[in-house]
Design a protein around this ligand. Structure first.
Ligand SMILES: Nc1ncnc2c1ncn2[C@@H]1O[C@H](COP(=O)(O)OP(=O)(O)OP(=O)(O)O)[C@@H](O)[C@H]1O
Ligand SMILES: [Mg+2]
Length: 255
């Protein structure tokens, strides 16, 4: 399998001294759907944010398509970020803007530039935005304000927004943590479509093992900033579950 991301001995120590990643080495392969699990505070978000350089790694290296991106800056960093889509637990839409404008903002990869360009997109870009809303099944909501939509619909807008970038890599940080079980599946399904139909490699932080088993091709578990499990989702045994989540943990299912 071809490597998309190669992470070597990544350490992240926050300015307050918290040692969030303690030498993480990980390869992410093109086309895979990799889930990251682990207790709250184990370093899942920190890892995603180091990959797209929202956080500065303290040491170690990150390579993307064979290129060292650990310390790139300026236009090189902006270009790099354009190839990476990001989905957050709380959607990160601009609430007072329309669904359509939120999706269009993905075309630029930067909201700042966007504000000055509202209404100035060529027809082809608008068509692509509508098409992306179609893909996530909410084209008819295009003209509504983003905050008029339900949580699941807002997350689908966020997915349509990242589709504007044609990202090579999608980083999803607990994309369904604020949603009910049925809605969770309706969002996961679109991440699956991005993965399978649009060839986008997905890395997804998840809390529910049943979702991990259903949607991912591989899973890693973090505990206190270190990788403690790497394997196929269906191979997570009771023993591994307890070593990841602690002796007293009990698996909760999402239907
Ligand atoms: N900006 C920050 N400054 C200082 N410490 C931080 C910062 N962000 C995270 N941390 C700390 O780093 C560690 C890892 O946090 P992180 O958010 O990566 O965990 P997580 O696995 O995503 O947890 P959760 O499941 O709750 O989202 C925690 O101890 C956390 O308190
Ligand atoms: Mg987190």
């Amino acid at each position: 399998m071809e490597k998309l991301v190669h992470i070597s001995n990544l350490q992240k120590i926050y300015p307050n001294g918290t040692h969030a990643l303690k030498g993480v080495s990980l390869d992410i392969y093109k086309g895979e759907f990799l889930s990251i699990i682990g207790l709250s505070g184990s370093g899942k978000s920190t890892l995603l944010r180091c990959i797209n350089r929202l956080h500065e790694p303290t040491s170690g290296t990150i390579e993307f398509s064979g290129k060292d991106v650990t310390h790139i800056s300026g236009s090189e960093l902006r270009q790099y970020r354009k190839s990476i889509g990001m989905i957050f637990q709380h959607f990160n839409l601009i609430k007072r803007m329309s669904v359509m404008d939120n999706v269009l903002s993905g075309h630029l990869g930067s909201i700042g530039t966007f504000a000055s360009l509202v209404g100035k997109f060529p027809g082809s870009v608008k068509e692509k935005a509508l098409n992306n809303l179609d893909i996530v099944g909410i084209r008819e909501k295009a003209d509504l304000r983003a905050d008029a939509l339900s949580g699941g619909q807002q997350q689908r807008v966020a997915i349509a927004r990242t589709l504007m970038q044609n990202p090579e890599l999608l980083l999803a940080d607990e994309p369904v943590a604020s949603l009910d079980p049925a809605t969770s599946h309706s969002v996961m399904k679109y991440l699956e479509i991005m993965n399978k139909q649009h060839g986008c490699t997905v890395v997804c932080n998840l809390h529910f093992l049943s979702l991990v088993r259903q949607y991912s091709t591989r899973v890693i578990a973090l505990r206190a900033g270190e990788i403690v499990y790497e394997g196929k989702p269906q191979d997570i045994t009771e023993e591994w579950f307890k070593s990841i989540y602690g002796e007293d943990a009990v698996e909760v299912e999402i239907e």
